[in-house]
Design a protein around this ligand. Structure first.
Ligand SMILES: [Zn+2]
Ligand SMILES: [Zn+2]
Length: 124
């Protein structure tokens, strides 16, 4: 078994991807992006996402966790206070999260190690 995290440098069909955004409580600011589409390396379906902003010294936690919800709430507050500037374009760094074990993919849900980037437009 081979498991080599590597940046994908081949072609990516941007039309194969869908981006969904999570907004704050009042729907004003987009806080997080989730991108669904095939891994360009192994072609399996993959969904990955992350907050649109990074805060120094404050980890976003695992998605779905209480720490993660607190992180998003903090982003929303900072945006409302003007401490963070809204983004209109976001460079999404994605990691393969395919769930089928296969050569190069060590177990369910862990992906094949490929990473790639897509530029997404943030709705406002
Ligand atoms: Zn795969
Ligand atoms: Zn993959």
């Amino acid at each position: 078994m081979r498991y080599t995290p590597a940046e994908w440098d081949g072609e990516i069909d941007v039309n194969a991807y869908r981006a969904a955004f999570e907004f704050g409580a009042d729907g004003r600011y987009a806080l997080e992006v989730e991108v669904e589409g095939p891994c360009p390396a192994c072609h399996h379906p993959s969904v990955d996402g992350h907050p649109l902003f990074r805060l120094d010294g404050f980890g976003p936690g695992g998605r779905g966790s209480a720490a993660h919800r607190a992180y998003l709430a903090e982003l929303d507050e900072l945006l409302h206070e003007g401490e963070l500037e809204e983004v209109t374009v976001h460079e999404a760094d994605l990691l393969c999260k395919c769930e089928e074990p296969h050569e190069g993919q060590p177990g369910a849900g862990s992906g094949c190690g490929a990473s790639w980037s897509l530029t997404v437009e943030v709705p406002r």
